[in-house]
Ligand binder design. Sequence first.
Ligand SMILES: Cc1cc2nc3c(=O)[nH]c(=O)nc-3n(C[C@H](O)[C@H](O)[C@H](O)COP(=O)(O)OP(=O)(O)OC[C@H]3O[C@@H](n4cnc5c(N)ncnc54)[C@H](O)[C@@H]3O)c2cc1C
Length: 389
Amino acid sequence: MDFELTPEQMQLQEAVYKWASRELGPLLEKVDEQDWLPPEMFRQLGELGALGVAIDPAYGGLGLDVLAEVLVAEQLGRVSPALGLSAGAHSNLCAGNIQRNASEALKAKYLPPLVSGEKVGALALTEPGAGSDAMAITTRAQHQGDHYLLNGTKMFITNGPIADIVLVYAKTAPERGPQGISAFIVEKGFPGFSAGRKLKKAGMRGSPTGELRFEDCPVPAANLVGLENQGVAVMTRGLDIERIVCAAGCLGLSQAAIDLSLKYAREREQFGRPIGDFQMIQAKLAQMYALYEAARSLTYRAAMLAEGAKRGGKGTELTRLAAAAVLFAAEAASHIAGEAVQIHGGYGYCLEFPVQRLWRDAKLFEIGAGTTEIRKLIIARELLRKGSL
Ligand SMILES: Cc1cc2nc3c(=O)[nH]c(=O)nc-3n(C[C@H](O)[C@H](O)[C@H](O)COP(=O)(O)OP(=O)(O)OC[C@H]3O[C@@H](n4cnc5c(N)ncnc54)[C@H](O)[C@@H]3O)c2cc1C
């Protein structure tokens, strides 16, 4: 087992971090205060290649592996977890699922503008009354000749307020429960499709989250992704990878919180010496570091297993490991960011210091893309199904 990154992987890491620090770093206060996403971000990320890391070169992507996706998400999250979240919803949730599940014609039409950042992508599953219980969605898609008519409301959709291309889940046969769900690509501008209110969030500000409405919205039958009533297969095919990439965002956030804490612990003096001299501060730093490294090893291993699984590897082991990676990395990020605030004392609680932003951002990782509780249910289900490790 090789734990060293290759020179190419390190180059990718460095390129993304350098770009994000230079272009996004100076904007972070505005992003947070005004809940503002820099309008050029998607195009710039597209030029960098960061929106199509795992997308086939035939559609403009880099065609790299899951670990490369992880490295990119980690470095974006290190500079801005919120903007990294938006980039991830675009490239991982939207483009990634289109690549895995859509017809050649749909891939040729929708992937190039997503990869270049010309168009913004989103994935819409959650509804006001259906979060963890995703199978309970009520958005309806009725087949009428050459199109489906969509009606319903989606909730908490990352990039929803600005999205041009949305992968939407709807019920095509409500009486069949989970076997009656289908996936569609909906474009901004389709009649009856509109973005509802933008939500005001405690953290991840800058990543626009909102409601989407479908009122007698006709979607061409050709925009069905996968087969009719097979939407759950579309949903689950990429879930492991989605969880691993989400864990990568937690790693970036954790690294940023630790770096800020180390700097502060060396600079801030109390009782005539740097607070880093005090053993209780040292214990916090050591614990933060150990959690971070454990989360990183788990996430990278899951990424390597996911790459193997793409080529026919071990499904169940991957599912439980991917869920464990995001469960652990998210809880670690929350703990690390909380300790970073504590190390900064009163200043850490003030808006001028960035650790409080990381603390607010971190909480989302325990809720979005499946909650901590649901991740535990998945791990336990996989363990019990097999009966042994
Ligand atoms: C900022 C943000 C961005 C998001 N982006 C997207 C997106 O791009 N696309 C999208 O489709 N969705 C998105 N979501 C939605 C997200 O996936 C849901 O919020 C999440 O799945 C939880 O659903 P819920 O909020 O309705 O909570 P609920 O499901 O109502 O859960 C409430 C509480 O009950 C617990 N709970 C529920 N069921 C069980 C159970 N069986 N056992 C034990 N505990 C349980 C939960 O863990 C939680 O603690 C986003 C959410 C946020 C906040």
